[in-house]
Each structure stands twice: as C-alpha cells, then as structure tokens.
Design a protein around this ligand. Structure first.
Ligand SMILES: [Ca+2]
Length: 325
C-alpha cells in the first residue's frame, strides 16, 4: 500500500498465498498483441478541455487541482466497461490467469460475500467493509459460492491493472490515459461536476450506480443496484459513453501522482514516468457523498497494479488509427 492509496475506495492486494506475489511481480506480458481494433468504441474528435476540479470539492491528497488545459488528438474509447462476457472470451482464447487467481484471494464488499466462513481471511486496515475472501476472482466475484450467472453484461471485476493491460493488448487496444478518460467522461460538457451536468439526480432520477443509505451497512439501492449494474444501465453521456461515473472504478494507463497536475504537459499527457500505483477513475457502487464523493468526473484515486477488488474494472481506448511505419 502506498501513501497515496485510499483504502476506502479499493483495498490494496493482500494475497492468501504471499509467495504468489513474487510470481506476479516477475511475470511479463502474458498475451500476444491483437490486431488494431475499434470494436465497441466511439471515435472522439480531439480538442482542448479544462482538466481537474473547478469546484474545490476534491480531497486535497488526491491532487484534482490545479485545473489545467489539456489538448488531445482524436482517439477511440470503449462505450462501456469490459463485461464478464468480454473477459470470458479473452480467458478462453489466451488461458490468462488473473492476479486474484494467482494470489488465491481478492477483496469483496462485506454485504456481498457469498462464501464459507473458512474463506474469510480478514478485513482491510481502515476499511473493515472490505473482506479478503479466499477463492474470490472474476468468475466468483462474491466468493466460492458465487458465479457470474445473470451478470454476463455486468463489468468484469477482480481484475488488476496487469490483467486489464493484458486484455487490452490481446484486444488490439490499450488502456486510456487519465486525460483521455476525463475528456471522454465529461461527454463534451465543460467544467461540470458529473457527465450529465451539475445535479446528481436531475428531475429526481438517478443517473449512476452509487450508494444510497447509511454506509457501510444500509444500502437502500434507490438507483436499482447494491453492487454492479449492467454496463448499459442508465443513460449514456453526450459522447455515447455509459457509466463513467459510479458502477466500477476504471483503470487508466498512467502512474498516479497527486502532484502531477502542477507539472502535466498540455499536449496528450501520459502521466508520471514512474510510480507505485496506477490511476483509477470514476468511482463505484460504494461511493456516497457522506464519506467519498469520488463519483465526480474530476475525481481521482489509485491502487497498486496487482490489486483487485469487487468494484474495480476497466474500459479500453485506442489511437485514431494504427501506427504506421
Ligand atoms: Ca447502487
């Protein structure tokens, strides 16, 4: 766990089998690069936007400020998060084994656990609502007694940054940069709080899957979902992208630094050169304004590249066209 890490959002990896962590650290790319693909993606015209929190609502330690101008060339980005069905196709084709499977455990939200008590390995420090569950991984998202039946079109979870990068490579895509992610999530609106505007529930209607009730024990699920929602729940933003706020955190390609915005390049920033944690964006079904308002479009968080949990997934991006030469 790093000093930048926020365990309330997503816990860092706590392997059931600590020896497996060395295997994960040592392994290189596990998949062959696929041919350039824009399947399921939206082409966004390049442009300039104001990146960061203009409302002063972010947590200072997250580094959502200063608001700064960023220019991006045109790029593609997935309309939705990668689903369980998508990830199953990848695993079938490649035999990919996720970090959670190697570690023998992953983090499940306490109200979602569906496993024998002998599989409960403990809570996360400072975030007891996260339970490290033996046998939890993408196919068994709530523990050994669960499966993804009925959730084919839900975002895949319990995937680490390493797993997400391997999927993207196989799919002929890549992970979005943090700047691309925010540009895409804003949906063409300028300086707004959410992908659809400034009101959380315009007209009294929920537009994203977060938490209602009293965290972490009472979730009234007014938005329809206790944990994940289908990737096309609610309505897309102005760019045709679904659920950039809430549902699951999404891995970005960048290393995380809370001071990066003060030094970021203006043109197509790629994030810090090095780091210990990767950026995650968008918040999840556990976000609630009483303790974590990171479902705002400017919000940032991070986790180590081998960590996984029941509320972290990803979507892919791509260049406008394959590199030539
Ligand atoms: Ca919800």
């Amino acid at each position: 766990m790093t000093s930048e890490h926020h365990p309330c959002c997503t816990p860092a990896a706590a392997p059931a089998d600590p020896a497996a962590s060395h295997q994960v650290a040592r392994r290189g790319p596990q998949t062959t690069a696929g041919a350039f693909s824009k399947r399921g993606q939206v082409l966004l015209a390049g442009g300039e936007f104001a990146m960061g929190d203009g409302f002063g609502e972010g947590y200072p330690a997250d580094g959502e400020t200063p608001v700064h101008a960023v220019r991006l060339p045109s790029f593609h980005i997935d309309a939705t998060a990668v689903t369980n069905a998508n990830f199953a196709t990848f695993v079938k084709a490649t035999g990919h084994v996720t970090d959670a499977e190697r570690y023998g455990s992953s983090a499940v939200f306490h109200l979602a656990v569906d496993a024998p008590s002998s599989d409960i390995l403990g809570g996360a420090a400072g975030a007891p609502w996260w339970v490290n569950v033996r046998g939890a991984h993408w196919r068994r998202p709530d523990g050994a007694r669960s499966d993804t039946k009925g959730r084919d079109n839900h975002p895949v979870v319990h995937v680490s940054w390493n797993d997400a990068a391997a999927y993207a490579r196989w799919a002929g895509k890549r992970l979005p940069t943090e700047a691309e992610w925010e540009y895409a999530a804003r949906g063409g609106l300028s300086g707004r709080r959410y992908p659809w505007g400034d009101d959380l529930t315009p007209g009294g209607r929920w537009r994203c899957n977060i938490w209602q009730g009293r965290f972490p024990d009472v979730n009234t699920a007014e938005d329809g979902y206790l944990t994940t929602a289908p990737v096309k729940a609610y309505r897309p933003n102005g760019f045709g992208l679904w659920n950039t706020s809430g549902n699951v955190w999404e891995w970005c390609g960048d290393w995380f630094s809370p001071s990066y915005y003060a030094e970021s390049a203006t043109d197509a920033p790629q994030g810090p050169q090095a780091g210990t944690a990767r950026v995650i964006r968008g918040g999840s079904y556990l976000c609630h304004d009483s303790y974590c308002n990171r479902y705002r479009v400017a919000a940032r968080s991070s986790n180590t590249p081998d960590s996984s949990s029941g509320n972290m997934g990803f979507r892919c991006a791509n260049d406008r066209a394959p590199a030539t030469g």
